[in-house]
Design a protein around this ligand. Structure first.
Ligand SMILES: *Cc1c(COP(=O)(O)O)cnc(C)c1O
Length: 220
């Protein structure tokens, strides 16, 4: 399957769920040639998980394709905020106050952030415990450059379909709970969840952004 077939397959599978969502093409394993091919197919949102790689790709492509929307999806070191911010539109991995403080300090305009949640409570995963999310978001009112557009999670890699449904349903519920608070700095309309292995399940549970790499970019 080539890139065109992959793209058609993924977008059709997304459509089949009936849940409208933004596809974020995760291009962390491929070069800018693949990004350009996906762009030619109509893809505009791209995700990267390393600060240096994202900024290099953004710099290489920004003049030619000014309408590309970059998403930073990896864990973000505080000292990388300065370089990541001007290159990205969405940060999917806000998971601590020290990071919020740095983003707030460096941002020149409101920064679109997803708060990362470790729904399944896995020890080696980033993100905060579900119970900590609302108190954390309430504290963010002190950081006017941060806009909480939604919540993000990564499901356990080895999980049954049933477990995946539960994890995604929990993140969606929490998203709705934050939304219901009607905080000015946290509209929280979006749920970023679902990767190659599980994006259809995430969409069934109400994902509004899916982050798909492998299934999109693996050509053979
Ligand atoms: C790599 C990555 C993805 C995409 O994963 P695939 O399984 O390749 O689709 C999504 N989200 C995050 C945070 C990632 O690091």
């Amino acid at each position: 399957m080539g890139l065109t077939d992959n793209f058609t397959k993924v977008t059709n599978k997304m459509l089949a769920t009936g849940q409208p969502a933004q596809l974020v093409a995760v291009t962390k394993t491929v070069g800018i040639d693949v990004i350009e091919q996906l762009y030619a197919l109509g893809q505009r949102h791209f995700g990267e998980n390393r600060a240096d790689v994202l900024t290099a790709k953004q710099a290489a492509l920004s003049d030619k394709y000014p309408d590309i929307v970059w998403h930073f999806i990896g864990s973000l070191q505080t000292r990388k905020v300065k370089e990541v911010l001007p290159a990205t539109t969405y940060i999917h991995s806000l998971d601590r106050l020290s990071l919020a403080k740095e983003i707030n300090k460096r941002a020149t305009e409101e920064s679109n952030c997803f708060v990362e949640v470790n729904v399944a409570g896995e020890a080696n995963k980033h993100g905060m415990a579900p119970d900590d999310v609302i108190p954390f978001i309430e504290q963010l009112t002190h950081y006017p450059n941060i806009k909480v557009v939604g919540l993000m999670t990564m499901a356990p890699f080895v999980a049954s379909e049933q477990e995946l449904h539960e994890v995604f349903a929990q993140l969606k519920q929490l998203t709705n709970d934050v939304q219901a608070l009607q905080l000015k700095h946290a509209p929280c309309l979006e749920a970023s969840m679902g990767m190659s292995n599980d994006y259809q399940i995430a969409l069934q549970e109400g994902a509004t952004f899916v982050r798909v790499g492998t299934e999109l970019v693996t050509v053979n």
